[in-house]
Design a protein around this ligand. Structure first.
Ligand code: 5GP
Ligand code: ZN
Length: 112
């Protein structure tokens, strides 16, 4: 997806404050953080949203979920964290490359 912002970040074409990466996943700080810690966890593969997820991507999503507690601990979030996945316009999704928000620390936003 040549015009996808998060594909460009995953490819290193647009800079990001990356905190973790492997061959399938990259994690970077949100440019407009809604809490003290606000990370975005994305697959390198372009999946627009949960609406387009297929069963052969279940393992990838499982890996991303398992990564969350490790990322939280590495950020000093020993007390817990919040995970948000916005899906579709009605779900508040702005970037159509699947991503998990990992939020924690001071100023943790509530549900709105
Ligand atoms: P969504 O509303 O799609 O779930 O969330 C998109 C998130 O991407 C927003 O929290 C927004 O601040 C973040 N974002 C948008 N553009 C950039 C960017 O260029 N770099 C980074 N690091 N985050 C971005
Ligand atoms: Zn993409």
């Amino acid at each position: 997806m040549s015009d996808c912002l998060f594909c460009k970040i995953a490819a290193g074409e647009i800079p990001a404050d990356t905190v973790y990466e492997d061959d399938k996943v990259i994690v970077f700080r949100d440019i407009n953080p809604k809490a003290e810690v606000h990370l975005l966890v994305i697959p390198r593969e372009h999946i627009p949203s949960l609406n387009e997820l297929s069963e052969d991507q279940d393992a990838l999503l499982g890996n991303m979920l398992h990564l969350l507690p490790q990322l939280a601990k590495a950020q000093g979030l020993n007390d817990g964290f919040r995970t948000i996945i916005n899906t579709g316009k009605g779900g508040g999704q702005l970037i159509f490359h699947l991503h998990m928000h990992l939020l924690g620390g001071k100023n943790l936003p509530g549900f709105e």
